[in-house]
Design a protein around this ligand. Structure first.
Ligand SMILES: Nc1nc2c(ncn2[C@@H]2O[C@H](COP(=O)(O)OP(=O)(O)OP(=O)(O)O)[C@@H](O)[C@H]2O)c(=O)[nH]1
Ligand SMILES: [K+]
Ligand SMILES: [Mg+2]
Length: 428
């Protein structure tokens, strides 16, 4: 890792400013070569950059000299805040590229170095990736909490407690080696510690899901044909995403439409109207798909007879409330996709339900990888708690420590890391 890397870290030119970052042992020398001097560390200063090859002026830029290891990558770093024109950036990059031991960074390479130097753990890296991808304010807040290390600190606390418990278990094992009276007190304390830790870890098993936060809360509209599902979908997402007609069986396939409402990402799914008898083979497949969609749903909007609701927690919608045909004492939310009656109440209900599935203010959400890690740790703690033999208990605690190392990336496999970092843009 002795190579020095550089890349444009701000957006694609042309832009007001283009920030070129340099990281590695030659960062200071590169800055010196371009600006003719090394600025005071961590103080912004203006300089005319010249091409070291021929002395020709390149741009007037704001410079930052950030000696390591207290930098984002853990290495010496330089930042050149240039004018963000295409030719300016190209010229500065060409001058850097001509210097010995300097090369362009690959995607995510700055972050990878930060990780390698222990400046970020795997969870903070994932938080950063999510922050860069965040489109809703909720996604941004949860990603920031993850990047800021709120989850990592929690894991660190677990690690300390686990180490203490392991040390106690080893000590107790030493005692029993000496054929002494087994120390019932120490074993009881280990047992209590393991149980308490298992409880803390287990509490995170129900943490909000980052995938859900990213892809949207899955809302499925379901009910009999002609109930008005497609009309309601179109109204919710604000465009004619699904075909509406007075022919029963209009919708056959699932129609998925992502939409952000009130800063929350939703994924709405319109489905084929449910009926027992259909002579249409395609419609029958559609009905199967509708049932599968309902099973995977976070929220079901049920536009059918309440007694036939597919799940107890389905939101009952008394649709087409503007039509006199329907009696007023129908249970459920009276709603007309035509007049808009009840729409506000429906949106409020959706946001309310979504709120219970998503991270609260300042909370993070967990990816499948993280959830799997927490689950593995939890299982080892449960096994340790159930162990009747100190040797087995100590072994389960050791496996628990391994699970923690996998969670933080200390025991990560290279290809998993490759995949993660290559998802970043160049310059990050
Ligand atoms: N008056 C009134 N008519 C509605 C309302 N919602 C839907 N309709 C009408 O009801 C008929 C069926 O609407 P769709 O949205 O196609 O119903 P669907 O549940 O998607 O039907 P399938 O896809 O066939 O299962 C259409 O003629 C709509 O115009 C409403 O709120 N008020
Ligand atoms: K219809
Ligand atoms: Mg439809």
């Amino acid at each position: 890792m002795s190579e020095t890397i550089f890349a444009l870290s701000s957006g694609a030119p042309p832009a007001g400013i283009g920030v070129v970052r340099v990281s590695g042992p030659m960062a200071g020398a590169a800055l010196q070569a371009l600006a003719g001097r090394l600025p005071t560390p961590r103080m912004a200063s203006l300089a005319l950059l010249t091409d070291p090859r021929d002395g020709a002026p390149l741009d007037r830029a704001l410079l930052l000299w950030l000696p390591g290891p207290r930098t984002v990558t853990g290495e010496d770093m330089a930042e050149l805040h240039c004018h963000g024109g295409r030719a300016v950036i190209a010229a500065v990059e060409a001058a850097l590229g001509a210097m010995p031991q300097l090369r362009r960074a690959t995607a995510g390479e700055f972050t990878r170095r930060a990780f390698a130097h222990g400046r970020m753990d795997l969870n903070e890296v994932e938080g950063l990736a999510d922050l860069l991808a965040a489109e809703t304010q909720q996604q941004r807040r949860a990603a920031l909490a993850m990047m800021e290390g709120h989850f990592s600190q929690r894991i660190d606390g677990w690690r300390m407690r686990l180490l203490d418990l392991s040390a106690m278990a080893e000590a107790a094992l030493d005692f029993s080696d000496e054929d002494d009276v087994p120390d019932a007190d120490i074993e009881a304390r280990i047992g209590q510690g393991v149980t308490a830790l298992a409880q803390d870890v287990g509490a995170l098993l129900s943490a909000p899901s980052a995938e859900r936060l990213r892809d949207g809360i899955r809302v499925v509209l379901a009910g009999p044909p002609n109930a008005g599902k497609s009309t309601l979908l179109n109204r919710l997402v604000g465009r004619e995403a699904a075909i509406v007609s007075d022919i029963a069986g209009t919708t056959r396939d699932r129609i998925e439409v992502p939409a952000a409402i009130g800063g929350t990402a939703f994924l709405f799914t319109d489905t084929a109207g449910l009926r027992d008898e259909t002579g249409d083979a395609i419609e029958a497949i559609g009905i199967d798909r509708a049932r599968a969609a309902m099973e995977a749903a976070d929220i079901i909007l049920w536009l059918g007879d309440p007694v036939e609701a597919p799940r107890e927690d389905a939101l009952l919608i008394a649709a087409q409330s503007d039509v006199a045909l329907f009696s007023l004492d129908r249970p459920g939310l009276h709603l007309s996709a035509r007049t808009g009656e009840g729409m506000e109440a429906l949106v409020a209900m959706l946001l309310d339900r979504a709120g219970t599935l998503l991270p609260g203010e300042g909370d993070y959400a967990l990816h499948a990888r993280q959830r799997d890690g927490v689950r593995a740790l939890h299982e080892h703690l449960l096994a340790a708690g159930a162990a009747r033999d100190l040797l087995v208990l100590a072994e389960e605690l050791r496996l628990g420590r391994r699970a923690i190392d996998a969670l933080t990336g200390q025991a990560g496999t290279e290809d998993m890391l490759d995949r993660l970092f290559s998802g970043f843009c160049i310059g990050k």
